[in-house]
Design a protein around this ligand. Structure first.
Ligand code: FAD
Length: 475
């Protein structure tokens, strides 16, 4: 199926794709829709095609209702990847959700609108990427966003935000009493409230911001870019790209779709299939480590051994706690149908309640702030041992970790209302069914473990071999 934008980007169904476009964008996810819409605005004479493997999910309540975030994980809107058995995690196979739908993982994620700290972006430039620094990244990020002032506590104090971009965000109007206790708890642990977390300085606790449209409290995500797209953008959904085609001297000529159709790119093909599938597509196209390609029966076109290597993913742990009986969490929506129906009715009438909910209780800290000086000294020595002396990225991470004046957080703590955990909410006949919970999520920010993602030699177009090597390094 093809969807095509007209001027003003109302989408209509087309019968067939054109044979060629100026630009082909592979993957209509978070980045793909944004880059396509921007190209179509700034190059209105150019034709642009987005090819997205999943459907258009903009009418799916599990996607657009903020309080139903997570409900479509593991469904047909999810690629449902898993890791390989992780050797440093007792052989565990860990789910890796990635969205298969227009909007990509911005349709699945927890709606947190976030950025890293200034020193993290400046490190990109210092490591040899001129122009990739806090100043240019901040300008681009503020162009993407439109901060909505609301009556919520502290809303007017947030610094460094944009006001005219396609992605709306705000501090959620809904904050249950249990979450309200997170903030003084962080204060009592010595952290200060910050309003600069989107302005390059994240250390402290905050009422965090969420991707929500203020007018109707729905998810604001990358398909929102389509409303401002130029006249010559086509969107093709439910269509998977098999590979990028290379012509003489290895320049890109277009793409081949899974059904064998080829579409020609007159100017560029832009790969935005996500961190797991962009490397897979390169390898399927003959670009990558020649040994890995040959083992999978793919003729190497460009021997590029770095493809699929240096994979780093920031692992998180989640601990669920049972709430006292006088507290209510969104768990009630699972076991009390009449309560859930009333809450949904309220949400439909724009009345605040559990279907608004996104987490707002966040804190970012250095290791001394998180575990005190003696504990931080242990972590410092683990990091020093883990950082490869030959790897400039490791050395930069270590420098930011040891130099506290850089104000780079190493740990993120989130308050998440309701049960959260790999095993899912307690089963109907279990003793904890009907109980209500909150969860605390802890996530390291700059892991030293490195893994890889490569095509599976016995099934190259199937799920890649995703091996993040979690906890190889103990920090
Ligand atoms: C569970 C979860 C929660 C998260 N929560 C947050 C959060 O709260 N805040 C935050 O900032 N970040 C969050 N993230 C991370 C964030 O969502 C991702 O970093 C971001 O969406 C990645 O964007 P992307 O464009 O690189 O990839 P994606 O958005 O994943 O887009 C890739 C797209 O390419 C498509 N595709 C792949 N292969 C092909 C192919 N061969 N042919 C055609 N199409 C293809 C996919 O279907 C997908 O739509 C979360 C991520 C996950 C998994």
């Amino acid at each position: 199926m093809f969807l095509s934008s007209t001027v003003g980007a109302a989408l209509i169904v087309l019968a067939a794709a054109q044979a060629s476009y100026d630009f082909i964008v592979v993957g209509g996810g978070t980045a793909g829709v944004a880059v396509s819409a921007r190209l179509s605005q700034y190059l209105p004479d150019s034709s642009i095609l987005i090819v997205e493997a999943g459907p258009d999910g903009r009418q799916i309540p599990g996607i657009y209702i903020p309080g139903r975030k997570g409900s479509t994980l593991g469904t047909t809107y999810d690629w449902n990847f898993t890791t390989t058995p992780q050797p440093y995690a007792n052989g565990r196979v860990i789910p890796q959700n990635r969205r298969k739908v227009l909007g990509g993982s911005s349709a699945l994620n927890l709606l947190s609108w976030d950025r890293a700290t200034a020193a993290d972006y400046d490190a990109w430039q210092q490591l040899g990427n001129p122009g990739w620094n806090w100043s240019s990244m901040h300008a681009a990020m503020t162009a993407a966003e439109s901060y909505q002032l609301t009556p919520t506590n502290g809303s007017a104090n947030i610094l460094g935000v944009g006001e005219h971009g396609p992605i709306e965000f705000l501090i959620n109007r809904f904050s249950p009493p249990q979450q309200e206790q997170f903030f003084p708890a962080m204060q009592n642990l010595g952290l200060r409230q910050t309003y600069s977390f989107l302005d390059g300085d994240m250390l402290g606790w905050m009422r965090h911001t969420s991707n929500i449209l203020d007018s109707n409290y729905t998810r604001s995500y990358s398909p929102n870019y389509l409303a401002s797209a130029g006249p010559r953008l086509d969107v093709m959904v439910n269509t998977t790209v098999l590979k990028v085609n290379l012509g003489n001297s290895s320049h890109v000529t277009g793409v081949t779709l899974m059904n064998g159709t080829t579409v020609t790119a007159r100017k560029e093909v832009i790969l935005s299939a996500g961190s797991i599938q962009s490397p897979q597509l390169l390898e399927l196209s003959g670009i990558g480590n020649a040994t890995i390609l040959s083992a999978a029966g793919i003729q190497p076109q460009v021997d590029l051994p770095g493809v699929g290597t240096n994979l780093q993913d920031h692992i998180r742990i989640t601990t669920a706690y049972r709430l006292r009986p006088n507290y209510t969490s969104p768990d009630i929506l699972r076991f009390n149908a009449s309560y859930a129906a009333q809450e949904l009715q309220n949400w439909t009438h724009n009345i605040s309640g559990f279907y608004d909910e996104t987490g707002s209780g966040y804190a970012y800290m250095t290791w001394p702030q998180a575990v005190g000086d003696p504990g931080a000294a242990v972590l410092d020595s683990l990091a020093t041992a883990a950082a490869s002396s030959a790897n400039v990225v490791d050395q930069r991470k270590l420098q930011n970790l040891l130099n506290l004046t850089a104000r780079v957080p190493q740990l993120e703590i989130l308050f998440s209302d309701g049960y959260l955990g790999n095993k899912g909410y307690p089963a109907v006949n279990s003793t904890l069914y009907g109980a209500e919970f909150f969860a605390m999520i802890a996530s390291i920010q700059h892991p030293f473990s490195r893994g890889s993602t490569h095509i599976n030699a016995s099934n190259p177009t199937g799920h890649p071999i995703f091996h993040p090597n979690f906890t190889e390094c103990r920090i």
